[in-house]
Design a protein around this ligand. Structure first.
Ligand code: SF4
Ligand code: SF4
Ligand code: SF4
Length: 254
């Protein structure tokens, strides 16, 4: 690639923590981005040109409104690579908790007048468009983000981490909190990338990196039952970062 790659950053329903991670917190990532042009990012001062074209579109947040889905389709059409960043975009994340109730039930608890609320069922980015990989995490992981940017600069397809948190946990020689302390750890079904941060501090993983491919949610839910968790407890664990269409579905049955 001779010209500097053009990057567009789009934000939908989320806390914007991944964009903060991208722009403010990771100096070495910013250094890498100096070799690129960020031609659209509303969080940056000048905003830019949302119409593209983009070598890579980074998409933060889940889809909860129709205008977002419409814009996302337009972005896909003008982008070489389209990559969701962070759990909200990759698997629905926290915004998808609302999918566990009837539509409008949550809205009615918060607003006296819901006529101005146009929210629809939460969807991940790949529910709407083809994606070319994913930078998982809440906020997104810097290792996968670095892989993405370096691959872009080298004009090669990025390869993302695709195994469970348990793999990283074993590599770090952590004590297993599930086996040793009977803690209901989501590590066996959660995608790696954080370096087993929570078990490394003797805490159970709560799944913020979202579901790993081929996760055996059914088996882990069965283990949680043996450990004394109620069906409601298990349902909450499997819906905190995984909307009902993901690989954690088997753990979401009450
Ligand atoms: S993935 Fe986490 S940090 Fe990123 S936007 Fe969603 S809630 Fe915020
Ligand atoms: S502590 Fe959790 S992540 Fe680590 S090995 Fe045990 S179950 Fe897996
Ligand atoms: S151990 Fe689990 S909850 Fe903790 S940061 Fe990693 S993926 Fe998130």
């Amino acid at each position: 690639m001779n010209e500097q790659p053009k990057i567009g950053v789009f934000k939908y329903s989320c806390c914007a923590g991944c964009e903060f991670q991208l722009i403010y917190f990771q100096k070495h990532v910013i250094d890498m981005f100096e070799k690129t042009q960020i031609t659209y990012c509303r969080m940056l001062q000048s905003g830019g040109h949302p119409e593209g074209p983009f070598d890579v579109a980074l998409i933060e947040g889940a889809i909860t409104e129709q205008w977002q889905a419409d814009q996302l389709n337009r972005v896909r059409a003008v982008s070489r690579y389209l990559i969701p960043i962070g759990s909200c975009a990759v698997c629905g994340g926290v915004p998808a908790i609302k999918n566990t109730t009837e539509e409008q039930e949550i809205e009615k608890r918060v607003y006296t007048d819901t006529s101005l609320v146009h929210s629809m069922k939460t969807g991940a980015i790949n529910d709407y468009v083809k994606i070319d990989g994913a930078v998982k995490g809440c906020p997104m992981g810097v290792r996968d983000l670095s892989e993405l940017v370096i691959s872009l600069l080298l004009d090669k397809r990025p390869e993302f981490v695709n195994c469970s948190v348990c793999v990283e946990c074993k590599l770090a020689a952590n004590i297993c909190v599930l086996v040793a302390y009977n803690e209901p750890c989501m590590g066996p079904v959660t995608n790696a990338g954080c370096g087993a941060l929570c078990p490394g501090h003797h805490r159970a993983c709560y799944g913020c990196w979202g579901p790993m491919e081929d996760a055996n949610a059914w088996a882990l839910a069965g283990q949680f039952r043996l450990m004394g968790l109620t069906n409601d407890d298990i349902h909450r664990k499997f819906t905190e970062f995984g909307q009902p269409t993901t690989q954690w579905k088997a753990g979401q049955i009450k």
